[in-house]
Ligand binder design. Sequence first.
Ligand code: FAD
Length: 522
Amino acid sequence: KRRMERLTKRRAYPLFLAEKGIELIEGILPGQSAFVYKGTEREKIVVLGTGWGAVSFLKGIDTSLYDVTVISPRNYFLFTPMLAGASVGTVEYRSITEPVREINRKVNYLEATATEIDPKTKVVTCESVVCDGNSCDIEDFTVEYDRLVVTVGAQTNTFGIPGVREYCCFLKQVEDARRIRTAIVNCFERANLPSLTDEQRENDLTIAVIGAGPTGIEFAAELRDFVEEDGPKYYPNLLKHVRIKVIEAASSVLAPFDKALQEEAIRVMNRSVEISDSDVRSLLPERFQLVELKLDQSVKEVTDKSIMLNSGEEIPYGLAVWAAGNGPLPITLQLVEALGEEQAEEQDVARGRVAIDPWMRAAGGNGDILAFGDCTCITRGQLPATAQVAAQQGEYLANMLNKQYDLKPSKVDGVVPPPMKTGETKSSLSDTVANLATLSNGEYAKPFQFLDLGILAYTGGGSALAQVTPAPDAPPLKGTGKIGNTVWRSVYLSKQVSWRNRLLVLNDWTKRQLFGRDITRV
Ligand code: FAD
């Protein structure tokens, strides 16, 4: 006991806990550096997800205060902004993923998918794929929580268009990028067979990208780089047949960007192919445009061979990549349903997502269910579905829980006040919601405020768009071409979650520069 006390004196936590009247008792948990304290039956937090929001929450949460369990079918974090690059081999899958156990070693991780949340009994039902040798079984189990943090993200929205789910590739997960990479190589190898007509070759080498938001444009840009940089080496005779068709229902591309940057993206996409090898260049038409933007065109149906547009046009394709929007996951819909009336009232705006207040409390969740990221909607003051928002929300929530705000919503004069620190007294509270949001006297938690740092998009050929916000109300700074690309590279390199990822990405970029992309299907 004396040794324990001596040890604890060297640590900050015991002092912090002592201030709160918590005493040390004997024993160190086996295999852990945490101590056991009297009066610290740590509150059990269950986190669903290992994406942008969850990881930023896990980096910030104080595990001496909370017993944290993470549940997700993915035992790693995925750096989504580089997924388009991974789908053509610019970077490797492992360079943009990080094991969740590396992110916070003091949390317990369970590899499973949450299938049902019961807010009344505070239990999550999960499904795990358990394999023994070659045979796999599905195992169900339940986990109890005191507080649930839901950050499960979203799934690709097909808008119920026939054939999309069956025939299109999506771009959300590592498996999607892997599937696309294989499919691109399949298209080229199939088109290279001697028995085909030129028309069949052109159809096989038509790659359709549906959706010209950041994901669709970045994928088209990466694909174009692959064709321009590695095509002459591997498939010089096939290049003249390659077409990248980007189909978009709106009249422009990259909706979140400023008009001038959207036009710059269109200009870059529409430029003629630049191939330095004169022998290969001579095999191509004089002005060869690889990317065709089809704006104001919506998809009616996808079949195994063609994409039918509402305009009546039929586009035969070899590979179709669907990047046209987000929709709620089944677990999100189930939670919204289980939370009842308070969620139902917000669904006109939330549209299947979990409606939350600016303190991340799910409507109807009694402060026990906290949610953020792509699976949610702050109904008063909507935010974009981006990694930036999810990461800031995760950090905010961890901070609020570390400061031990009481998250139970109570009503004062018909108004729900912000969370208040445990043990503090309720002082007089202004009646208007507008004032609630600005209270900052230290007693009430400030609502979440998104700090918009700007947006970036790679447009191919070593150019990118950067729309950076230097200060909250300042006009954005815009960069294009090589300058935009330098900003894009520096920001995404610095945003990697570990030094290991940073080095691996740098290594991939250098490797690609020296030897090109790897197209082997091993
Ligand atoms: P996610 O990061 O999607 O994480 C969800 C997690 O929940 C995953 O770990 C998943 O496995 C897990 N999960 C799913 N279902 C369950 C379940 N039933 N039970 C338990 N766990 C579950 N944003 C930007 O700001 N900048 C960009 O440049 C950018 N580029 C992008 C490029 C691509 C290709 C894509 C797909 C997205 C991009 N985004 C970008 C958007 C960004 O990735 C998302 O906004 C962000 O991932 C949202 O974070 P999240 O934590 O809400 O969800």
